[in-house]
Write a protein that binds this ligand. Structure first.
Ligand code: FES
Length: 173
């Protein structure tokens, strides 16, 4: 049933994700989250001469988010930072079987993967005091704002769960 909802590419990258995990001593890390689902993604980069020589991703998210992270890492490996920034959500979705194979309510999973990549590149440029494109700066501000809201929601949720637990233990005693 679930399988029929998605393309074979999505399913393949979900079942056998490429480049998942962390890079030891990365040159840059980027994190992004989605407000609607609360999912979070992290991208680690190793960069040499302005080129991405290694990339890994961590996902706290859905099947499509995992497939997107996996596919995106295969797409950016070996690319220059400029080339990597040119990848659009449409390119990613196309590689995953096209928009007709990704349900509309799952399109944001591709944006999440790209946001994490953009954040990693932003952080890399910032740390090295290199010029940052205007569009990337603006995206960075929006991503950070979203992450703050998600963090606050997580805190409230944990507090809610804790109170629920305390209440239920009191009733038992
Ligand atoms: S449902 Fe949120 S990233 Fe997929």
């Amino acid at each position: 049933m679930v399988k029929s909802l998605y393309s074979k590419e999505v399913f393949e990258h979900f079942k056998h994700p490429r480049n998942l995990g962390k890079i030891k001593n990365p040159d840059a890390v980027g994190e992004a989250g989605n407000l609607l689902c609360g999912d979070v993604m992290r991208i680690y980069l190793k960069i040499k001469n302005n080129r991405i020589v290694d990339v890994k991703g961590e996902v706290l998210g859905c099947l499509v988010a995992i497939a997107n992270t996996s596919m995106l890492t295969t797409m950016v490996k070996g690319k220059t930072l400029k080339e990597a920034l040119k990848i659009r959500k449409e390119d990613l979705i196309k590689k995953l079987g096209g928009p007709e194979k990704v349900p509309p309510f799952k399109l944001h999973c591709s944006i999440l993967a790209l946001d994490a990549l953009h954040e990693a590149i932003y952080n890399y440029l910032k740390q090295r005091k290199l010029p940052i494109p205007k569009e990337l700066k603006e995206r960075h501000l929006a991503i950070q704002k979203t992450l703050k809201i998600i963090e606050q929601r997580h805190k409230e949720f944990i507090e809610f769960e804790k109170n629920l637990f305390d209440e239920s233990t009191q009733k038992i005693h």
